[in-house]
Ligand binder design. Structure first.
Ligand code: MEV
Length: 438
């Protein structure tokens, strides 16, 4: 059995890989060369990547694709999308093309407040705690001045500090519930630094308070941390057009399409099994842009899904209706994004992705990202309710099989043509490839 390792982080990269090969990969040279083939020859770039995280042994590549022709609030954008799943970029591009012929996407930021909490235990009289928090609010704000000064210069800072009584749910549990405006930064470090200072001041002021009993003086801070649930940092994305303009061919009228599409959305609104897959499609678009722009997709995912269950049942993020002959399709979602700080100035591809998007503000990036999600959901529902999803997927699957079997460009051309009229399965592709090769 493999023994635990001590001092692993102190080993250099080659030593780490050798340890891994010896202990977990049967000293397999191929495994080692797989790890090493992703090292970058540019030492500076490699060093940068090595230092993003700890115990780095290689780089894990994701494709970066472009979805052009996104008309958003009257301006064209090319969306950089980092994603491993085939069809997503194609679907986004198709939806963009469809809607730019029908007035494009509209997007509006509703609010940009972010939230952080100091979670603490207080054993004593609530009204006296309440009085203390009211009295020390100016001190709390003053104590974080060194942290907030620059943010305030940019128009952001602390918006509100509130005491919340949670003792009905958990004995002695209270929060300082703080709202922040972090401008163009995601603001996690800023928020957490402010919260930790608040916690310190709160404890100190309680300890010094002559009106408090000994128990009351002893506030126990459990933790201070931002919340990734940001229902007040939301953006709306929408599209609309006359119903009769929705039809693209004679097989289905605009009315038929709209009705079926709206039913599909309604199913996701009331049926959690479907809602999760429906929203997964939305997140295909959102995550790809969030990743490409160096934002925290885990935070976005957690916040968006919490928002989708805010009324007690997990439901669709998107909605659709027909009003006075106009088809309307929209979504409101929370998105805490940044365009300065974090990876945005460090990762060369992230910097480039933001250049491609013409250096957006955080609010503009919220709008663009929400549109990517709405477009993705539109494309998915459009396929699902008309041709079915497999038609497009199998085309990509065909290319994957051909690439795996090292098909030449000529073979690819011939087989793509053949499978326009035949059903794609792994065995049918292999059979046909064998036929043309013999
Ligand atoms: C696949 O990645 C996403 C879809 O399943 C989304 C959906 O079903 O709406 C196609």
């Amino acid at each position: 059995m493999t023994k635990p390792v001590n001092g692993f982080s102190k080993l250099n990269k080659t030593e780490k890989i050798n340890w891994l090969a010896e202990n977990y990969l049967n000293n397999n040279d191929t495994a080692v060369s797989v790890l090493k083939q992703y090292w970058n020859d540019n030492n500076d770039l490699q060093k940068l990547h090595d230092e993003f995280i700890e115990n780095t042994v290689s780089n894990f590549y994701l494709p970066l694709g472009l979805a052009p022709n996104f008309l958003i609030n009257g301006k064209y954008h090319v969306l950089p999308m980092a994603i491993e799943e085939s069809s997503v970029v194609a679907a986004a591009s198709k939806a963009a093309k469809f809607w730019n012929e029908r007035g494009g996407f509209k997007a509006t930021v509703i609010d940009t407040k972010k939230i952080g909490q100091v979670h603490f235990l207080f054993r004593g009289d609530f009204s006296r705690l309440d009085q203390l928090v009211t009295n020390i609010k100016p001190k709390l704000r003053e104590a974080v001045k060194p942290i907030t000064r620059n943010m305030e210069k940019r128009g952001g800072g602390i918006l509100d500090i509130e005491l919340i009584d949670k003792t009905e749910k958990l004995e002695n549990y209270y929060q300082l519930f703080v709202k922040f405006d972090t401008r163009d930064s995601m603001g996690a470090n800023f928020i957490n630094s402010c919260l930790e200072k608040f916690a310190e001041v709160l404890q100190e002021e309680a300890r010094k308070n002559p009106d408090f009993t000994e128990d009351e003086k002893n506030i126990q801070v459990i933790m201070s941390i931002l919340s990734n649930y940001v229902p007040e940092c939301t953006v709306r994305a929408e599209v609309s057009c006359p119903v009769d303009q929705l039809s693209e061919d004679e097989n289905m009228s605009g009315e038929e399409f709209a009705e079926k599409f709206i039913q599909a959305v309604k199913i996701a609104e009331i049926e959690p099994y479907r809602a999760v897959t429906h929203n997964k499609g939305v997140m295909n678009g959102i995550d790809a842009v969030v990743l490409a722009t160096g934002n925290d997709f885990r935070a976005v995912e957690a916040g968006v899904h919490a928002y989708a269950s805010r009324n007690g049942q997990y439901t669709s993020l998107t909605h659709a209706k027909i009003e006075d002959g106009i088809f309307k399709f929209w979504m409101e979602i929370p998105l805490a994004l940044g365009t300065v700080g974090g990876l945005t100035s460090l990762h060369p591809l992230v910097k480039l992705a933001l250049d491609i998007l013409q250096r957006p503000s955080a609010s503009e990036l919220m709008e663009i990202t929400a549109v990517a999600g709405l477009a993705q959901n539109f494309a998915a529902l459009r396929s699902l309710t008309t041709t079915g999803i497999q038609q497009g997927h199998m085309k990509m699957h065909l290319m994957n099989i051909l690439n795996q079997n090292k098909a030449t460009d000529k073979e690819k051309e011939e087989l793509v043509e053949f499978f326009t009229h035949h059903t794609i399965t792994h065995s049918s592709v292999m059979e046909q490839l064998k036929k043309i090769r013999s």
